[in-house]
Design a binder for this molecule. Sequence first.
Ligand SMILES: [Zn+2]
Length: 254
Amino acid sequence: MATQLKRNSKYSEAEWTARQELAACYRIFAMMGWDEMIFNHITVKVPDEDGAFLINPYGLHFSEVSASNLIKIDIDGNKVDEDNPWHVNKAGFVQHSLFHRVLPDAHAIIHTHTTATVAVCALEGGLQPVNFYACNFAGQLAYHDFEGVTVREEEGERLVENLGDKRILMLKNHGPVVMGKTLTEAFIKYWALQRACEIQMATMSMGQPITVPQEVIAVHQRDLFMASIPGQAGKAEFDAMVRKVDKIDTSWRD
Ligand SMILES: [Zn+2]
């Protein structure tokens, strides 16, 4: 983030930076209306501590998350920072822990229940290449059949198998799981997916959408990739949204 940030000596510099970035991300999600009461999770790996992750405290709204109330947990969802008074929704971490465990590149994982993304997850055929943002994702999404609330470990094998080499899993009838090598990359992928789903909902409510031909999708994806700055995916967009969050409330930094 552009402005440097008050340091908290209880944490390493890397952890404090990760805490502030994740807290800011929760506030962005709240501001955008992508929150779900006290449910859903965005998790990240603690950069300088193997097997440690940060997750939102169970019971707080996304708009109440701050750098210091985020909970550090191990891969099984057990709380590591014992003096944090909040609890973890361990059930909600099950699918995050699975992907963090098996995918070294899944640094950040976002799972939501927004109306638009759940609606598309509940639609036969899922996301269709009928708008600009949806074309970003053509051929990039994996799908997984609904088996009830995702808390049973034995579902893990099928989740991983269905994900394959993709990094976005559309849980049918449930919601998306978006993974990124960085939090800002996961954020910008999520934002585009959310927009793709909202626009698909609007389009299908009006009538028959126009399907974009495969050769146009290929050109679109090639040129999108060329336009991105390597290693900086989503950073400028994320920082702009943080400045907007700061106009509401800066308490996420503490
Ligand atoms: Zn869910």
